[in-house]
Ligand binder design. Structure first.
Ligand code: ZN
Length: 316
């Protein structure tokens, strides 16, 4: 049978101030900070992972926040919108919540669904949609009870500079199925029940520029290491330059840039985030890979302290 990804594993973006990033994704959106580590390729920058109670594949929104970072420009070669799925019936809760925090948002319709679109403090484009699929979150924080909480990714809107080629990659490499076309977007579906609905522009979009408020890459799920090795072969067989398989501590990764300019990663579901600290303490302590542990003091001295905190608006 043709290999098919279950859908999005994680999405990684650039951000500015780290505390503002934590306040927004944990404080406002109610996600759990499941891992506080550093960018393995740039240890002076945090790598923060937000998700459901364990950061399951399909729920992990991750950031490289850098105080004072220059803003990017959203455009082709990027994920244009990151979509979060909430339980059916939770829409009005989220409208009230965004209003309470003074965040501008608007409702939009596509493919028969209503979306609530808004931006994070760095301008990253986000949206919320009600979906039946996906396991309910087991996390409640601040003013977000578990039964209204974000379950994970609903999907994403890709902005491609060469959408025909990107669509071919979605179908022929990742194994997604085309399910619709409407208003300049084409819709694809992956076989999983979360992070599984991918929309893409039908006409090319000009290049964006990386920086705070833009997505760096989107990662797709591999079941395990054996499946991951097959994915790499498959990607190479389709003519892409793929990186080797890289140990990211919480999953194994490999990367390739598709022809539409978007950096794709394929990441394993295992081992996940409950590997170097217990479930109860996820995200509390700065976690370093073994090769940086000897330099902990130096690494920590270069990072601004951050905390997960209930925001004022939720204390009234
Ligand atoms: Zn990644």
């Amino acid at each position: 049978m043709t290999q098919q990804t279950a859908g999005i594993h994680h999405i990684t973006s650039f951000a500015g101030n780290p505390q503002a990033n934590v306040d927004f994704y944990s404080g406002v959106l109610g996600l759990r900070l499941v891992k506080k580590t550093i960018n393995f390729d740039a240890p002076e920058v945090y790598h923060l992972y937000f998700g459901n109670e364990v950061g399951s594949p399909g729920t992990a929104m991750t950031f490289f926040p850098t105080e004072g970072a220059r803003r990017g420009r959203i455009g082709g070669g990027q994920v244009g919108y990151t979509t979060f799925a909430v339980p059916v019936g939770a829409f009005s809760f989220w409208e009230e919540r965004l209003t309470k925090f003074g965040l501008a948002f608007h409702r939009t319709q596509r493919f028969g669904e209503t979306y609530l679109q808004f931006k994070d403090p760095d301008g990253l484009q986000l949206e919320i949609v009600e979906r039946e699929g996906g396991v309910p979150s087991g996390w409640s924080f601040g003013g977000v009870p578990a039964d209204k909480a974000i379950k994970g990714f609903g999907g994403a809107i890709l902005y491609s500079i060469a959408p025909e080629q990107t669509q071919r990659t979605l179908q022929e490499v990742l194994g997604l199925e085309k399910v619709g076309q409407e208003g300049g977007l084409v819709r694809y579906r992956a076989r999983g029940d979360i992070g599984n609905v991918i929309d893409i522009n039908a006409a090319p979009i000009g290049w964006g520029a990386g920086g705070a408020g833009t997505v760096h890459h989107i990662a797709w799920r591999a079941q395990n290491d054996e499946d991951h090795a097959k994915w790499r072969e498959r990607v190479v067989d389709h003519g892409f330059h793929a990186t080797g398989i890289i140990d990211r501590q919480y999953f194994h990764a490999m990367y390739f840039r598709e022809q539409g300019g978007i950096l794709f990663e394929i990441a394993t579901d295992n081992p996940g985030f409950v590997t170097d600290e217990p479930f109860e303490a996820l995200g509390e302590k700065l976690q370093l890979p073994p090769w940086l542990e000897d330099n902990r003091e130096f690494v920590e001295s270069n990072l601004m302290p951050i905390e997960v905190r209930v925001l004022e608006e939720d204390e009234q």
